[in-house]
Design a protein around this ligand. Structure first.
Ligand code: PGA
Length: 261
């Protein structure tokens, strides 16, 4: 049975540290053309900061959105190396990924900094894609649900209800990122359902409209089964978003899996 979708699915590429400026423009325009006929989902690409404004400029007038991979909450000041959410919005992005596990793991991101980034993204008209997810050790210790609940609460408690309703949540189990080891649809759905329940306790029926993406080794051949799950509303895609062919397949297979009757 197909999932009666309430939120519009979202498929977002996360290119991480990849590509020259011309690589980025070629990939973005290739994706734009490949998904141009698709109207039942939102799609975005996530280039590095250096390519962000050029890619956004090339995509102007198309339905393909642009996501930054991070962003800082201050607007200006002595913060060498940081890129402000205000600058990201001004460069033409629609989304800002915040709290990716690589940023938590390698760059000291905490629930508190993720919360500040999400709040700042919203203040500048960006949609934050707030990433949460447990490590393998935490899963093996039976703590996956508790870790995800804590991260979700920590990253969203300073948002107003209206801000939270505009946000996107991405569940990305750390053990599935870049490993080829995708969560089973049932494993992912269990966590997504718990995220939805937590959002529902705060927002009641409005929680149904919040998109909860899955991320971690999403590929063209596993997206359809994931998208058939009730609370999986799209995907955050790393490695498989780096070619037009595989990302476009993910978008198409994923969209038809949740819109077919
Ligand atoms: P992956 O990365 O698809 O390469 O596993 C996902 C992510 O880190 O967002």
């Amino acid at each position: 049975m197909a999932n009666p979708r309430i939120p519009r699915p979202l498929f977002c590429g996360n290119w991480k540290l990849w590509g020259t400026l011309s690589d980025s423009v070629a990939l973005a325009t290739g994706v734009r053309d490949a998904v141009a006929s698709l109207s039942a989902a939102d799609v975005a690409v996530g280039p590095g900061f250096v390519a962000l404004s050029t890619v956004a400029e090339k995509l102007k007038g198309s339905a393909l959105g642009v996501a930054s991979q991070d962003g800082y909450w201050e607007v200006k000041g002595a913060f060498t190396g940081e890129v402000a959410m205000a600058q990201i919005a001004n460069a033409g992005a629609t989304y800002a990924i915040v709290g990716h596990s690589e940023r938590r793991q390698y760059f000291g991101e905490t629930d508190e900094t993720v919360a500040r980034k999400a709040k700042a993204a919203l203040a500048h008209g960006l949609i934050p894609i707030i990433c949460i997810g447990e490590t393998l050790a935490e899963r093996d210790a039976g703590q996956a649900l508790a870790v995800v609940a804590r991260q979700l609460d920590g990253a969203t408690k300073t948002l107003t209800d209206d801000e939270l309703c505009k946000s996107v949540i991405a569940y990305e189990p750390v053990w599935a990122i870049g490993t080829g080891r995708v969560a089973t649809p049932a494993q992912a759905q269990e966590i997504h359902a718990s995220i939805r329940a937590q959002l529902t306790r705060r927002l009641q029926a409005r929680a149904q409209q919040i998109r909860i993406l899955y991320g971690g080794s999403v590929k063209p051949d596993n997206i359809a089964d994931l998208m058939r799950e009730k609370d999986i509303d799209g995907a955050l895609v790393g490695g498989a978003s780096l070619t037009v062919d595989s990302f476009a397949k993910i978008v198409k297979e994923g969209t038809s899996a949740c819109t077919r009757s």
